[in-house]
Design a protein around this ligand. Structure first.
Ligand code: GLU
Length: 313
């Protein structure tokens, strides 16, 4: 019997904060955009707490963030998911990558990586991506591989140019091998890398559309490589404009982001309005977050049309 024409999967969006600090004006932009996009597509909106990098997480911050979202009327359609509970699932995904030869162990120290790069004439700039020189990557002639230390990180063999189309930024391209090299999936201290956890969880939650801040755009090619290595679908991506701090960098606690002031409905509406204006939404007069959000939904359609025009021009 014919199955009929293929149907696009129903829209599922998500907001995935790391509980390293409370939401600020910049993170609310991503939360609001992902919520508006999901609602405008008649889709579901999920929240995932990305607490894999335990040394950076602050106890109790997940509850603070969920409270801030609720104060803004941004309620997920299912109970939130915590990445710290999902180690077994990440381990299974890593095992698949090991079994297919896509992942390999690496016991280089940071210093050894810097020395290998220096020997190649590469000077490591502060804050710049350290492109792994491939020391532990097994070679066809049997050389390479780790030195036999007890603690190893796992890396993905990164090869190939990845092309993708961002719904706001338009066509994008990254040669992952030359831009970041073989990247880490699990650190030597056992912490799961963001790249692996995000790819496994987006697929597990059926996420069709990732809407997040533009500072994360250059992770997308790595995530697409991992999706294809794991046989997982690639969602659509939309990267939202950033709010910048006084130093011109993405707004963060370090450059003066204040936690959102959400004491009452007026403050919450003010915070939504500021986030909305970063996204290009017009001023909306409302006395409560729910009314503000209801009025913002139709306006988001116009914003999306602007994105689509830009991405095909
Ligand atoms: N947890 C990441 C952050 O807070 C966001 C990850 C994502 O949206 O893919 O920066």
């Amino acid at each position: 019997m014919s199955a009929g024409p293929a149907r696009a999967p129903a829209y599922v969006g998500r907001f995935a904060p790391s509980p390293t600090g409370p939401l600020h004006a910049g993170s609310l932009v991503a939360a609001l955009a992902s919520w508006l996009d999901a609602r405008s597509h008649g889709g579901r909106w999920l929240v995932r707490i990305e607490d894999v990098d335990t040394p950076r997480c602050v106890a109790g911050m997940d509850a603070v963030i969920l409270g801030q979202l609720a104060a803004c009327g941004l309620e997920p359609d299912a109970p939130p998911c915590w990445q710290s509970t999902r180690g077994d699932v990440y381990a299974q995904a890593l095992q698949t990558l090991i079994d297919t030869g896509a992942a390999y162990p690496c016991d280089c120290t940071r210093r050894e990586i810097d020395e290998a790069l220096a020997a190649q004439g590469v000077v490591h700039e502060r804050f710049a991506e350290r492109i792994y020189p491939g020391t532990c990557r097994p070679r066809p002639d049997g050389t390479g591989g780790p030195r036999g230390r007890s603690r190893v990180a796992w890396r993905l063999r990164a090869g190939g140019v990845v092309d993708w189309d961002d719904r706001r930024l338009g066509p994008q391209q990254q040669d992952v091998a030359s831009a970041v090299g073989d990247f880490v999936l699990r650190r030597a201290d056992g912490v799961w890398a963001y790249q692996l956890a995000v790819v496994v969880d987006d697929a597990a939650q059926g996420v069709t559309d990732v809407v997040r801040g533009e500072d994360l755009a250059d992770n997308t090619a790595r995530q697409i490589l991992l999706q294809s290595a794991l046989g997982l679908p690639t969602p659509h991506y939309l990267h939202t404009p950033l709010v910048r701090g006084a130093d011109g960098h993405k707004l963060s606690k370090q450059n003066g982001a204040a936690p959102l002031e959400l004491g009452d409905a007026t403050h919450a509406v003010g915070a939504l309005q500021s986030a909305g204006s970063v996204l290009g939404l017009p001023a909306i007069s409302a006395t409560a977050p729910a009314a503000w959000l209801a009025a913002a939904r139709p306006a988001w359609h116009g914003i999306m049309r602007g994105f689509a025009t830009r991405s095909t021009s």
